[in-house]
Write a protein that binds this ligand. Structure first.
Ligand code: LRH
Ligand code: MN
Ligand code: MN
Length: 392
């Protein structure tokens, strides 16, 4: 067991400055294609989603931004939403484009062979960039559902050409202080060939675009067994690891709470980040939660997830780097592995409780939120209207 006083001043700074962005859609109802369950008190509009996100920050102190998805969070007055977020103590984060829920995009959006439909998809992204100006967001995040279901359905190569051209047009519309974040995913909704299936494809596209284009690594978007921390290192080496979409999975893109299915993987990822020196807030890597809470309450689910990220980070910071290097240099296989496992098995919860107390927070964010009465109040007040669901 370790205490806050066991940290070096630098470790203490890194841990207390770490932030995790939330996603607005985590606060809506979610489910599978079989059933979306509704929960009393679920937000009905982007303002209520922002209010819920602010609760997570209020109790954890590490989630000061919430990411929006357009058109799920489309609203008439973005300046008002921005001001509302500020009042609640948070800011609006990345803007996510959505070109995967419109019949027009059945055969592709930025890759569509129909120039009219491809133009529509490009314009949807320009609309997102216009919104960024109003929300004060500096990053446009693109994930596409584009792909094909059957061999021969379309030319893999022609689709790549159209994608590259579309991305170029979108990138050209960004201002100098805005970034493009491209997310990959190996399958779903496309089952044969996804147009941005992996980190290699995403990296080639962002390299062709320019310096302000980076890759988003969603931890649920790889084939089972993929060594995700290896990809983390590759993207860091290329200077193009822009962000994480954190979640955990047992099977496919399950979007469960990060650190729930595989806390050891989360630790290994954070260990790679720490050992590369990429934890610092100026390193440009944005940590975000991209999760859906189907059965559990959403705000507590997000609180637990933010705490899981913080725990994995604290453990990664505690790895004895000197002992690790010495064991690695001596080819001491078990010794090196032992150094890592010692850190992983360290109980950092008292340390993090101490950090929260130091920041004037309740040492137990999860319990404190449940005791706050917020959920009961939301259930009472949010009656009528349509609850938001994964997505809208
Ligand atoms: C795609 C994805 C992407 C979307 C989000 C709702 O599976 O991870 O980040 O924007 O889900
Ligand atoms: Mn994602
Ligand atoms: Mn996903």
């Amino acid at each position: 067991m370790v205490a806050l006083s066991d940290l070096t001043p630098e470790q203490h700074r890194l841990l207390s400055e770490q932030t995790v962005e939330l996603a607005s859609w985590a606060f809506g109802n979610a489910g599978t294609r079989f059933k979306v369950f509704s929960t009393p008190g679920t937000p009905r509009d982007p303002f209520e989603k922002v209010a819920d996100a602010a609760q997570v920050h209020r109790f954890t102190g590490i989630t000061p931004r919430v990411s929006l998805h357009i058109p799920w969070d489309e609203t008439e007055d973005y300046a008002k939403l921005r001001a509302y977020a500020k009042d609640q103590g948070i800011t609006l984060g990345n803007i996510n484009s959505n070109v995967f829920q419109d019949d027009d995009y059945k055969f592709g959006s930025l890759t569509n062979s129909d120039p009219k439909l491809r133009r529509k998809a490009i314009d949807a992204h320009k609309h997102c960039i216009d919104i960024m100006g109003l929300t004060g967001s500096d990053t446009l995040k693109i994930w596409l559902g584009d792909g094909t279901n059957y061999p021969g359905q379309d030319s893999i190569d022609a689709r790549q050409d159209r994608l590259a051209d579309s991305l170029q047009q979108i990138y050209g519309y960004l201002s100098e202080d805005q970034k493009l974040l491209l997310e990959y995913k190996f399958f779903e909704p496309a089952f044969y060939a996804t147009d941005v299936p992996d980190w290699g494809t995403a990296l080639l596209h962002v390299l062709a675009l320019g310096e302000r284009a980076v890759v988003c690594l969603d931890t649920g978007h790889h084939a089972p067994g993929t060594n995700v921390e290896f990809i983390v290192d590759q993207l860091l080496r290329a200077g193009r690891l822009g962000a994480f979409d954190f979640n955990s999975r047992f099977y496919a893109d399950d979007d469960l709470m990060v650190g729930a299915a595989d806390p050891f993987q989360l630790f290994r990822i954070m260990n790679e980040i720490v050992s590369y020196g990429a934890l610092d807030k100026d390193s440009g890597v944005n940590f975000m939660l991209d999760q859906c809470h189907q059965l559990e309450e959403k705000i507590p689910g997000e609180i637990r997830s933010a705490m899981n990220v913080q725990e994995a980070t604290a453990k990664a910071l505690l790895v004895d780097r000197e002992a690790l290097s010495a064991a690695q240099e001596a080819h001491d296989v078990l010794g090196a592995n032992g150094v890592l496992m010692d850190a992983f098995y360290t109980d950092v919860r008292p340390l993090l409780a101490g950090l929260r107390e130091e920041q004037g927070l309740d040492p137990d964010p999860y319990g404190a939120f449940l005791r706050s009465g917020y959920l009961e109040k939301a259930r009472e007040e949010r009656v009528g209207g349509t609850q938001a669901s994964w997505g809208a």
